[in-house]
Write a protein that binds this ligand. Structure first.
Ligand code: BTX
Length: 324
């Protein structure tokens, strides 16, 4: 019901919506409407109430609630169901649970704050309140298991395109899961999956975007390696709009990934947004460090590296350091 009220307030010509109109639209009493208005005010919405005129929305807070994200969202699959929490341990954890309980494909789990946000290999992901986008997408692609990890590359392309469209920030992909601006990480992706035999049951694609994190708020150990869109742009950005843009950029790429049986047709888009290829890198793999030049990625998203002795290695999984 709050969503209906908010929508009416946003769409109102002249600004005011009468209590009566809200009662009719929501099918409830005036007292009930007033209670909802009060709840919205408590959540940070500045709503003016004027006798004989009704209510007027003056200022919307920077929230990533379902109502805020849905307003104007142009997707048909991703984000049709949105689960929001003020605070949570990790959106990936909740998304895994919801996926196991049958949550539909495209469900977005999003939180204002994560208390145990995680990266790859058990690393922590700094996820303070009121300033970032910490969200997880539940996907159920009918693809062989071998293609599952490629979804990280698809999400990376979507993120770069979305940052460019929503904020003008031209960030680049560091294979496989980081988005960097000027050498510092502004987004990270953590894909987790549930599979059996050769069949993907579901994928959870966790996306972290430092939107309005002031540079000085990053802990000391992240000062030299992390940045935020606010630090880059010098202004705060509306998080819900960034979320919408990410979902809108992701949806067609995801459909392409499913329809074409993997990442192959998105390879050029990945290359257009990457800051990995052509550079000297060290790949930190389970077999040890391998140094050389990043030459290419193949249609499976595997990185091709050329060592100084001319030998070529395929890198399937690693953290990499890029020297630019
Ligand atoms: P990663 O393992 O590639 O990167 C983790 C590393 O990044 C950390 O060890 C630290 O050095 C650095 N780091 C930690 N927090 C930040 C930050 N906020 N900004 C920049 N650098 C940071 C990257 O893993 C994948 C991160 C995915 C996060 C999302 S948020 C929603 C979802 N839920 C969840 O628990 N994780 C994902």
């Amino acid at each position: 019901m709050q969503e209906t009220i908010l929508h009416m307030l946003r769409e109102a010509p002249g600004g005011f919506v009468s209590g009566e109109a809200m009662c009719q639209a929501c099918g409830v009493s005036r007292t009930s409407i007033w209670k909802h208005i009060k709840e919205l005010q408590d959540a940070g919405y500045e709503i003016e109430a004027v006798r004989n005129k009704g209510y007027r929305l003056v200022v919307s807070p920077d929230l990533v609630t379902a109502a805020e994200i849905r307003e104007g969202l142009q997707t048909t699959l991703i984000g049709q169901s949105i689960v929001y929490r003020d605070t949570i341990d990790s959106t990936n954890t909740l998304a895994q649970q919801l996926a196991l309980n049958g949550a539909p494909e495209g469900t977005v789990v999003i939180a204002d704050e994560q208390t145990s946000g995680r990266g790859r290999r058990g690393r922590q992901w700094f996820s303070p309140p009121h300033s970032g986008i910490w969200m997880s997408l539940i996907l159920r692609p009918e693809l062989p298991l071998a293609h599952a990890a490629q979804i990280t590359l698809v999400a990376a392309v979507a993120l770069c395109q979305a940052l460019s469209r929503a904020t003008g920030v031209k960030a680049g992909i560091k294979w496989p899961n980081d988005i960097l601006f000027d050498g510092k990480k502004c987004c990270g992706i953590l894909t987790e999956m549930h599979a059996e035999f050769d069949q993907i049951h579901h994928l959870v694609v966790g996306i972290g975007i430092n939107v309005n994190v002031p540079q000085e708020d990053f802990p000391d150990e992240l000062q030299d390696i992390a940045t935020s869109l606010q630090a880059i742009r010098g202004e705060r950005l509306p998080r819900a709009q960034v979320v919408r843009t990410v979902l809108e950029e992701f949806e067609p790429l995801y459909r392409q990934y499913v329809a074409n049986g993997g990442f192959g047709t998105l390879r050029d888009a990945w290359k257009a947004n990457n800051i990995t290829l052509g550079n000297r890198i060290v790949a930190h793999t389970a077999r040890g460090d391998i140094e050389g030049k990043a030459l290419d990625i193949d249609e499976f998203g595997v990185l091709l590296l050329e060592k100084d002795n001319g030998e070529r290695e395929k890198i399937y999984s690693a953290d990499i350091t890029v020297f630019t």
